[in-house]
Design a protein. Structure first.
Length: 82
């Protein structure tokens, strides 16, 4: 996992080594997994659809800290992919 910060957004990205690299310098794959956005309500959790559009996770309330949002991401019962 990696993250990037842009303004008030933190994007979590999954990075994977190539499954069967053709060349030794083949690039790793990257896939956005979630985005944490800071607003006047606090931190909110978003998930990406297959078209790279972000959608609010409705059942995770805004939080003053990112910890509850990261806990929601760690929950094995939660599936954020559409």
């Amino acid at each position: 996992m990696e993250y990037g910060v842009r303004g008030r957004n933190v994007t979590l990205v999954e990075r994977r080594v190539p499954w069967e690299p053709v060349t030794p310098d083949e690039e790793w794959t990257s896939r956005p997994v979630a985005q944490l956005r800071y607003s006047h309500d606090g931190w909110l959790l978003y998930w990406p659809d297959r078209n790279a559009r972000w959608h609010l996770v409705d059942d995770v309330p805004a939080a003053r800290s990112v910890v509850p949002l990261l806990d929601a991401l760690d929950d094995p019962r939660r599936v954020l992919l559409g």
